[in-house]
Design a protein around this ligand. Structure first.
Ligand code: ATP
Ligand code: F1X
Length: 316
C-alpha cells in the first residue's frame, strides 16, 4: 500500500481568471495587459503544487455545468489525478486583478448550493480514494446553504477511517472543524484573529491564538502571515520562519503552496516549515496561481528561528 498519497477535497472549486492591469481605477474601463485561466480552489492548488513536485495526490472536486466541464478539462490537461463529483449547481468563476507591484484584488463568487446527496457522494468519493492516503486535506470556503459544520463532520468521518486530516478554511466552518480534532489547520492571520475573536498584531499574539485553538481541539497549527512568513505551533513547540521575495508577482495560492510543501516534507518541525516556506515564496514569485516546480523553489532563502522574537509586530 502506498502511504504517501495526499487526497485534497475542494467543495467549492473555481475557474480562476487572472487579469493583469497597469493600474486598477475604480469605476473606469480598464484594458488588461494579459489574461490567464487556471483551475482553482484551495485543495485544487494544493494538489497542483504536490503534483508539480512529484508527490502523489488526488484532487476530489465538485463540478457543475459547462464551467465544471472546463474545470475538469483543465485539471485533466495538467495531468492531475481527479475524483470529480458531478453536481447540479454551476462551478463558480473567481477573478483576480493583479497590478504591476503585485497587489492583488480578488473577486470570489459564492458558489452554488450542494444537496445532501451530492455531499454524500463527495464523502464517498474521498473514501474511495483514501485506501492509499496518508492525508485528507479539506480546503476552501463552504458553498451557500451547506452547513458550516460540514468540514467538522468530514474530519470526524475521515479520522475515524484512519487518515490524518488537515483543514484550511475560515469563519464558522474553521471554528466547527477545530472541535472535530483535525491533525492540522492552516489559518492565515485574519482567519486566526476571527477564530479567537481578538486582533493578532504580534508574533506572540499568533502563538497565543494558535495555542487556544490547540486547546480547543486542533493538533498542529500552521499560521501563515503573508510576507512575515509562518508560525508553526505543535506539540513539540513553536518554530517561526520566513523567506523574503524581492519581487512578488502574485500571492494567490501562496498559502496553498505553503501547505503543500509542509505536508510533502512530513508536516512536522523546522524541516517541514522550511520546505513550506520555500514553496510559498516560490509561488509568490510566479504569475497568477501558478504552482512552483522544483526549479522554482529556492531553499537557501528560508530563515528559521527556533527562539522566536514574540514581541515582533506584524503591523506594517
Ligand atoms: N509578499 C510575500 N513575500 C514573501 N512570502 C510571502 C508573501 N506573501 C505570502 N508569502 C508566503 O506565502 C505564505 C502564505 O501567504 P498568506 O499568509 O498570504 O496565505 P493565504 O492568505 O492562505 O493565501 P491564499 O489564500 O492566497 O493561498 C506565507 O506564509 C509566506 O510563506
Ligand atoms: O473562496 P475560497 O474558497 O475561500 O477561496 C478560493 C480561492 O480564492 O482560493 C485559491 C487561492 O488560495 C484560489 O484558487 C481560489 O480562487
Amino acid at each position: 500500500m502506498n502511504q504517501h498519497v495526499i487526497v485534497t477535497l475542494t467543495l467549492n472549486p473555481s475557474l480562476d481568471r487572472t487579469i493583469e492591469v497597469d493600474r486598477l481605477v475604480h469605476g473606469t474601463v480598464i484594458r488588461a495587459t494579459s489574461a490567464r485561466l487556471d483551475p482553482g480552489g484551495k485543495g485544487v492548488n494544493v494538489s497542483r503544487a504536490l503534483l508539480a513536485n512529484d508527490v502523489p495526490t488526488v484532487a476530489v472536486v465538485t463540478a457543475g455545468g459547462a464551467d465544471g466541464d472546463q474545470l475538469v478539462h483543465l485539471l485533466e490537461a495538467d495531468g492531475i489525478p481527479l475524483g470529480a463529483v458531478r453536481v447540479a449547481g454551476r462551478t463558480r468563476s473567481n477573478i483576480t486583478v493583479v497590478e504591476p507591484d503585485g497587489v492583488v484584488t480578488k473577486l470570489n463568487e459564492p458558489g452554488e448550493p450542494l444537496s445532501r446527496e451530492e455531499l454524500d457522494a463527495v464523502a464517498d468519493r474521498v473514501l474511495a480514494e483514501m485506501g492509499s492516503a496518508s492525508w485528507v486535506v479539506t480546503c476552501g470556503s463552504v458553498p451557500p446553504g451547506v452547513p458550516t459544520g460540514i468540514y467538522a463532520r468530514m474530519c470526524e468521518f475521515f479520522t475515524a477511517a484512519g487518515v490524518r486530516v488537515a483543514v484550511d478554511t475560515s469563519g464558522p466552518a474553521l471554528l466547527a472543524a477545530v472541535e472535530a480534532r483535525p491533525f492540522l489547520i492552516k489559518p492565515n492571520r485574519e482567519e486566526l484573529a476571527e477564530a479567537v475573536g481578538r486582533p493578532v498584531d504580534s508574533v506572540g499574539d499568533v502563538v497565543e491564538a494558535a495555542e487556544e485553538l490547540r486547546d480547543r481541539g486542533a493538533g498542529t497549527v500552521l499560521a501563515s502571515l503573508g510576507a512575515d512568513g509562518a508560525v508553526l505551533v505543535e506539540e513539540e513547540g513553536v518554530t517561526i520562519g520566513e523567506a523574503p521575495v524581492a519581487v512578488p508577482r502574485s500571492t494567490v495560492g501562496a498559502g496553498d503552496a505553503l501547505l503543500a510543501g509542509f505536508l510533502a516534507a512530513g508536516a512536522r518541525g523546522a524541516p517541514a516549515l522550511a520546505e513550506g516556506l520555500a514553496w510559498g515564496a516560490a509561488a509568490v514569485g510566479l504569475p497568477a496561481s501558478r504552482m512552483p516546480r522544483p526549479e522554482d523553489i529556492r531553499r537557501d532563502i528560508v530563515r528559521i528561528h527556533t527562539r522566536p522574537d514574540l514581541g515582533r509586530s506584524l503591523i506594517a
